[in-house]
Structures are given as C-alpha cells and as structure tokens.
Design a protein around this ligand. Structure first.
Ligand code: ATP
Length: 311
C-alpha cells in the first residue's frame, strides 16, 4: 500500500485516571484512498474512540495518527474542508429547530464545490421532509441527514460511525449506494458497523477490533477463505473418529443433527476429495455434499468470542 488516507500506529487511549484497561490499546491499521475500510468490533471495543481520534476530536495518549498525511489535532484546520464526519449520535451539532434542507444548504455554503443539497435530499429520501425541523424528523431521517451533511463538501475522506444504525432496509440500500459511489469517485471511507452484511457488501478492507486492539484484518476473502466447511448427509452414527484420522491436523468432524456431518478445516485443505475417498472406502454414499466458506459473522464471533460482555 502506498500513502494511506489514514495511518494509525500503536495508538493508545485511556479514559480517566490510569484505568486498568485502555479503551484503545496499541491499535494499528491503515485505510486506503478510494477504498472502504470497515471497523468491526463488539460494543465497547474502541471503534468510536479510534474514529474520534482520527477526526481530531480526541487526543491519543500514545502512538501515531495521520489523516491525509496530517496530524488530526494539530492540523485540524487544514483537514476540516477535506474530511467528512458522520458522528455516532446523529443529532451531534444540528440545532433541533433547523429544517433539513436549510441545514444542508448551510453546510454546503462552507464548501467551494458542494454536492447540490437538493440532490442529496433526493438520493437519501429526504425531499418530503426538507422543510421539517430536525427534532421532528424520525431517527432514521436524522441519521440520513447526518450522512448527507458528512458528504456534501465532496470530501477526500469520510468517517461514518455506524452510518446505517436504525435505518430501514430501503434507506440502508440508499446509504450503501452513496458510499459505493463515493468510493468509486476516489473518496476514502472509514466506517464502523455492527452489520456484517454491510461490511460484506461495502468493505474493501475489514479491521476487526476487540478490547482496543486489532485481532484480524484483511479483505473479506482473506478473512473468510481460510475457514472452510464441508457438509454432507449420510446414515446416522458414522465413525467420525475414523474420518478425523484421515484429515489434516486441526480439522474437526461433527454430527449434528443426526445424519448431518460438518467437517471444518482451519486452513485451505482438500476436504472434498479426502472425505469422498473416505466415504467410498467405507461404502458410504454422501448426499448433498458441499463446501462453503464461513461467513464474516462466524469469523467475527470466532475472533471476538460468543459470550455477551458485561461492560
Ligand atoms: N467519554 C468516555 N469516558 C470514559 N469511558 C469511555 C468514554 N467513551 C468511551 N468510553 C469507554 O471506552 C471503551 C470503548 O468505547 P467506544 O465507544 O470507543 O467503543 P465502540 O467500539 O465504539 O463501542 P460501540 O460498538 O458500543 O459503539 C468502552 O469501555 C467505553 O465504556
């Protein structure tokens, strides 16, 4: 990767006085220009804190942050016209009495070549509420207005913190189309999301964060491809230990429910031929035999654990 739009190196952020754990704890990742980078992580993983440091809203305690090659705090003035920000709280900064269209026109006035407000209102399904006060918009409409405000200045880079949280399926798709268009136009997009389908749909690069650290990163393919899973149906009660013995180290075989067998491999393996040969040698006719990759959600749960966190 050449110069990245965002470079985060060994960044640490603690809240309060020397707490036992840091909210961001030696985090490193890069986000490219003209690409969508999705930050995923359980609640409290440190995603918003990271994004807010990149936006210059918070100072890091340690480490190095560069946004478009600049320091997000020291160079905040130079970055402001070049970077779009959609904060997690959609009401952040919008006066409750401001009308949707009025607010966008005001935001547009701060930029020399803005996207026409009317176009964004149209694209994000806000035309009919253009004259409605912000406080009277639904949560999803406020969210869409916040997205529109983040991109109206044609930024080179945009940070979107949970951009589609609470949006209905139609509005999510409109938001996705907008993000994809920005990326295609060369804009760097860094977004946080809890929606795995959103990351699968949009992200060129995924960074999974847990407890303030990166636990996995790569393209969707890189993250999901190594985890193969083969399934077939056969008579219940096969000798799964015998099958295991023919498979590479680290593979697993499970019968659940009865008569359905799942073979997992932690790394690319020739599962189909090995399992087919074993079945043929044992006079078994496997039905519905097929290989599938794990989903991003499965990889995410594997990396970050399945238990619900307290805090
Ligand atoms: N202003 C603050 N003061 C003290 N602690 C905070 C503050 N903001 C966040 N934290 C703590 O820092 C940790 C990381 O929070 P952060 O909001 O960055 O996580 P997140 O990954 O964005 O979570 P979510 O997915 O729930 O939005 C959490 O333990 C949170 O309680």
């Amino acid at each position: 990767m050449g110069t990245a739009a965002v470079e985060v190196e060994n960044v640490v952020k603690r809240y309060g006085r020397a707490p036992a754990t840091a909210a961001v704890d030696g985090l490193s990742f890069r986000a490219a220009h003209g690409a969508v980078t999705a930050l995923l992580g359980p609640n409290g993983a440190g995603k918003t804190t990271t994004v807010e440091m990149c936006e210059g809203f918070r100072c890091a305690d340690n480490g190095r942050l560069r946004v478009l090659g600049l320091d997000p705090v020291a160079d905040a003035g130079a970055l402001k016209p070049r970077v779009g920000v959609m904060p997690q709280s959609q009401s952040a900064g919008v006066p409750t009495g401001a009308r949707a269209g009025e607010w966008l026109r005001l935001m547009a006035a701060f930029h020399h070549d803005p996207i026409p407000p009317q176009l964004l209102l149209e694209r994000l399904g806000l035309r009919s509420v253009a004259t409605t006060a912000f406080r009277r918009l639904s949560g999803g409409q406020q969210q869409r207005l916040s997205l529109a405000a983040a991109v109206i200045g044609r930024p080179e880079l945009v940070f979107l913190d949970e951009p589609t949280a609470g949006l209905d399926p139609q509005a999510r798709r409109a938001a996705w189309d907008l993000v994809a268009e920005l990326r295609d136009a060369g804009v760097g997009v860094v977004l946080t999301t809890h929606h795995m389908d959103e990351a699968e749909r949009l992200a060129d690069h995924v960074v999974i964060i847990d407890r303030g650290r990166v636990v996995a990163a790569g393209t969707i393919d890189e993250l999901t491809a190594p985890h193969q899973e083969l399934r077939f149906r056969a008579t219940p009660g096969l000798d799964t230990a015998g099958l295991m013995a023919t498979l590479p180290d680290g593979c697993g075989v499970e019968e659940a429910p009865s008569g359905t067998y799942t073979v997992t491999a932690p790394a690319p393996a020739t599962l189909v031929s090995t399992v087919s040969d074993w079945c043929a040698d044992n006079g078994i006719l496997p039905a519905e035999l097929g290989v599938r990759r794990r989903t991003l959600e499965e990889v995410f749960l594997e990396m970050t654990g399945r238990e619900l966190r307290d805090g």
